[in-house]
Design a protein around this ligand. Structure first.
Ligand code: PMP
Length: 299
């Protein structure tokens, strides 16, 4: 049997990885099969973008990492300053100015049992590379999505506010999207309200009002979501955080998704129903422009 990954998914052999305090070649950047991050999805992470050599909203990402870690009672072995330095060291080691950073903290190596008290110390690694979540042309043309049957985790199970290594809930939804021939799926919460997509937050626009589900709907408090809300306010566009139903998606004038990897991408079809006549809407286009200016330091 051949367990080699297909060639296109093999990591660049020249990558340098930050692993537990050292920058090492990717071939040496390995974690144990006894790591609870692998055995149980026990850990937390951040996805961060760098633009022009500056990690966008790094402090906010590291704050969220700390909060995720607190929620699962994982003591981070590095301070915020050390994490920031390690992030920039990894970018530098790979000569990356514009790219994507994945900062992961696992519970670490432990006994074959769930208990975090029987693990040694957390494992920290940072990958600096590139990511293209969706084909480039969809940023111009807009993207079709579905709303799926898999609901987002109940807030009293694994809270969606924790950016944990346990993404199986979202992966099940992603599989549903891929089966339907689209790239992304909207997930409802246990009450039937819109929560978020598998790796992005969702916004709709109706009658000139930008709307997005509130945190209480059970979603990751996206750093990009926050940035876009600021941009909406800056333009003086009416904005509401409100519970949205499937119907609100179907009658939206415009829709878009936000995320670090996704950035801001227009949605032009939901469950087969065209949004804004199948073209990215005018407010969406403005916000995409504003977001580009913001991340490139022109705002
Ligand atoms: N929701 C989920 C489930 C995510 O995984 C992400 C990030 N990939 C987001 C929303 C967007 O968050 P951010 O803007 O902080 O990347």
């Amino acid at each position: 049997m051949n367990f080699q990954p297909p060639k296109q998914y093999a990591p660049d052999p020249n990558l340098k990885i930050f692993l537990n305090g050292r920058i090492v070649p990717v071939a040496e950047a390995t974690v144990s099969v006894f790591d609870h991050g692998l055995l149980y999805g026990d850990g937390v992470f951040e996805g961060i973008r760098s633009y022009g050599g500056k990690a966008f909203r790094l402090d906010e990402h590291l704050k969220r990492l700390e909060q995720s870690a607190r929620a699962i009672r994982l003591e981070l072995p590095m301070t915020r300053e050390e994490c920031a330095k390690a992030t920039y060291d990894t970018l530098k080691a790979n000569n990356i100015t514009d790219g994507y950073i994945r900062l992961v903290v696992t519970r670490g190596v432990g006994y074959l049992g769930l208990s975090p008290s029987r693990t040694e110390c957390p494992c920290v690694f940072i990958i600096a590379s590139q990511i293209e979540l969706y084909p480039k042309e969809l940023y111009e043309k807009g993207m079709a999505i579905i709303s799926c049957s898999v609901i987002r985790n109940h807030p009293n199970a694994v809270s969606p506010r924790i950016k944990s290594l346990n993404y199986l809930n979202n992966i099940l939804a992603k599989i549903e999207a891929l089966d339907a021939g689209v790239h992304e799926a909207v997930m409802y919460n246990h009450q039937g309200f819109v929560a978020e997509c598998t790796g992005d937050n969702i916004f709709v626009i109706r009658d000139g009002v930008v709307q997005t589900p509130p945190t209480a709907a059970g979603l990751l408090e996206g750093i990009t979501r926050d940035a876009v809300i600021e941009l909406v306010n800056k333009r003086g566009i009416p904005f509401r955080e409100m519970n949205l139903t499937r119907h609100d998606l179907y009658v939206a004038d415009e829709a878009f998704l936000t995320g670090t990897a996704a950035e801001v991408i227009p949605v032009t079809k939901i469950d087969g129903r065209p949004v804004s006549a199948g073209q990215p809407g005018p407010i969406t286009r403005q916000l995409i422009g504003d977001f580009k200016n913001l991340v490139n330091g022109r705002m």
